[in-house]
Design a protein around this ligand. Sequence first.
Ligand SMILES: Nc1nc2c(ncn2[C@@H]2O[C@H](COP(=O)(O)OP(=O)(O)OP(=O)(O)O)[C@@H](O)[C@H]2O)c(=O)[nH]1
Ligand SMILES: [Mg+2]
Ligand SMILES: [Zn+2]
Length: 395
Amino acid sequence: MGAEAPDPGDGSRLGSPGLSSVQRAPEPGGPDPSLAAMAVGGLVVALEANFCRVALESAGPGGVDQLLCVRRTRLGKTGQQICVGDRVTVEGVDWTSRRGAVAAVAPRSSLLARPAVANCNRVVVVMALVQPDLDPIQLTRFLLTAEATGVQVDLVLTKADLLTPQRLEEWRQRLATWGYGPWLVSAQTGAGIEPLRQHLAEPGIAVLCGPSGVGKSSLLNALVPDLALRVGAVSGRLQRGRHTTRHVELFAIGAGGLLADTPGFNRPDLPPDPGALAGLFPEVRGRLGAGGCRFTNCLHQGDPGCAVGSDWPRHLHYLQCLDQVLAQEAAAKSRPAEPGLKQRGGRSEPRLDPRLRQLSRKRRRQGDGPQGDDSSTDRDGEEGEDRDLDPGARG
Ligand SMILES: Nc1nc2c(ncn2[C@@H]2O[C@H](COP(=O)(O)OP(=O)(O)OP(=O)(O)O)[C@@H](O)[C@H]2O)c(=O)[nH]1
Ligand SMILES: [Mg+2]
Ligand SMILES: [Zn+2]
């Protein structure tokens, strides 16, 4: 099942197990109203539309270990986004309805932008060997975004049951020349699943990341018994997936290990810095660094004194990606922020004269004028304030 219903009480979902031991607060004759004012700590385990689900560090009255939360307005005003994997403080808890409001987000140790997951210490790039066919350029783009996070990168190749042992060995050898030792697995037959489970059960947050239809949810189902996540058949000439998973969600795997299922997407953005691109290819990382290329700003395109050279299998992939990163950079430079334009979601749009600004529906209901005091809508937990809660969860 996907994460459609905002149901904090769903027992199949991640609660305290894997987070911390459950400590039940005393419950003498029903909920204590003073507890509502108490701030509690937890981990965002799922984002669903305008809400997030927070697994609590310690269970509250009645053993409640998970809350459905909106975001405090003042957090929204700072532009602070909430991601799955964020450690948060929840206030205004109503233990009976299991609801609260996220008041603060702890500083992150890492952030994967897409899928949006904070504090992960492992990115697991998942690609199918077939159905859809493994595309080396697409795989390279996923690996680059994963490497750009600076955390450990694992590569899992699925649907191993559909290839001969000889073809599997060819892939293994090819990817070894890229600097990766891939996990070849089959969710269908269970081949390779147990060693991968042990590897991923180490404490921390790991994220499955890859195109739609490669078998990320199937893999999670194989790794975590009784999970029963929804999977969708691939279709069409290219055997593409159908974007079955819609939300990022964390699941417990082993004691302390958390693994995020994520919506698939086909074309990850490339990291923005052309100078840092080569360092994201493990097979040439060793050639960089002190005493490497003659010029410190070398982009390794056959420049004199270049230590990276062209004698490596993904050299052409590198040049192709570099071209795109340079084009991206040039396009960004030729687009200066003009006065009168504001940036909104990567686009520029005209800044409206406040007197011309249309009244929002909520303001109109309240009879508030266009130049009214913003604080008039500054009420915690208001639905309208939580619109942008889900920054990159959709594939
Ligand atoms: N033969 C075979 N088929 C598999 C395997 N793993 C997954 N599949 C099939 O691949 C299809 C897609 O699987 P999903 O698990 O939904 O893929 P996904 O990556 O989660 O896709 P999105 O949620 O759309 O991102 C389903 O028909 C699965 O049954 C495998 O190991 N072997
Ligand atoms: Mg899925
Ligand atoms: Zn160079």
